[in-house]
Every structure is written in C-alpha cells, then in structure tokens.
Write a protein that binds this ligand. Structure first.
Ligand SMILES: [Zn+2]
Ligand SMILES: [Zn+2]
Length: 178
C-alpha cells in the first residue's frame, strides 16, 4: 500500500490493478473512534501522468455503529467507489486546477517525497462513507425518555402516566374551539 511513485505505470491503459485486504490497525484505525469489523478490502487501479497519480478505488468495510434511537450496536457495510488524484507536494495550484478540470475526481491528496502511501487515503475514504445516522431497524422505537427502557418489544408504562404534552395542548385547543 506504499509505492515508489516511479513504480506506478504511466497512462490509464498500463495502470496497475490490485486487490487489497488490510487490517483496521494496518490502516491506522486505532484512535478515531470508528470500530471496524474484520479487514478492509477492495480493488485499486493506479496510474500516473508524470508525477500526478490517479487512483480508482472500490473499498468495502464493515463498521459497528450505534443505533441513534436505542443505542444498540448495528453492523453496517460501506462500499465507497471513488476516483482520487494525488499530487506531489511541490505541485502548483494551477497544475491541480488544470488537471482537475480535465476529469473530475472525488478527492485530491498530496504526497511528500518519492513515495505514495495509500493507507491513510483508504482510511479517510472509509470515514467519509460512514452514514451520519444509523438505525437498528426502520421502525426502532428508541428509549423511553422517562425511564430509559428500550421500547422495542417492551413497554414500560411511562407513557400512560405522562401523556405527550402536545396532545394536552391539542385537547385544550379543541375545548376552546368547542
Ligand atoms: Zn434502535
Ligand atoms: Zn419508561
């Protein structure tokens, strides 16, 4: 996952195709709070145009998330398919702008020195693919706001004691109108 840039073939047709399977630790997923289950896998195609490297990546990762209603753990798969362009640190903004206009890409990166390390790039693309909200099921009932009981399949009875304030207001309006 770390290449001398000179080893990346020139031109799309000659491009290097390879599959990968990397452990979350190997990709650096140790300290950013994302729990990955199993290896991150996928396919890469790399080629370059001078010092500018383009990567087409199809990535698959299984991520453990919390249901945003009931906090149960949920396994989610993400499959980002992205085209990325990597410029040497010394590239000027006009180099980047011109190349970007020829063929649009999803993200741009820079690399330092003569080597391109794809691991942090893969990690970032997985992070970007994490859905902002996840649910254990479509109709998750969440937790009771009064007692904290998980309401999926179990009723705690709090709703009978404390009716929804909105319904009380609605009843009041009805009475006023009547
Ligand atoms: Zn849930
Ligand atoms: Zn309750």
């Amino acid at each position: 996952m770390r290449y001398p840039v000179s080893d990346v073939p020139q031109g799309y047709t000659a491009g290097l195709t390879q599959s990968f399977s990397e452990s979350p630790e190997g990709l650096g997923f140790t300290d950013d709070g994302i729990q990955i289950e199993g290896n991150v896998t996928g396919q890469l195609k790399l080629w370059r145009d001078g010092a500018i490297v383009t990567i087409q990546a199809e990535i698959s990762a299984n991520i453990v998330l919390q249901c945003c209603r009931c906090l149960a753990l949920v396994m989610t798969s993400v499959h980002p398919v992205v085209t990325l362009r990597c410029f040497p640190e010394t590239a000027t903004t006009s180099d980047i702008h011109e190349t970007g206009e020829v063929s649009p890409v999803d993200d741009m990166y820079t690399y330092a020195g003569m080597h391109l390390d794809i691991r942090p790039i893969i990690r970032e693309q997985v992070v970007l693919a994490v859905p902002p909200y996840s649910y254990c099921r479509q109709d998750c009932q969440g937790l009771c706001v009064v007692c904290g009981q998980n309401l999926n399949g179990t009723q705690c009875g709090c709703s009978a004691i404390q009716p929804d304030a909105r319904f009380i207001a609605l009843q009041h309006v009805k009475q006023t109108l009547g």
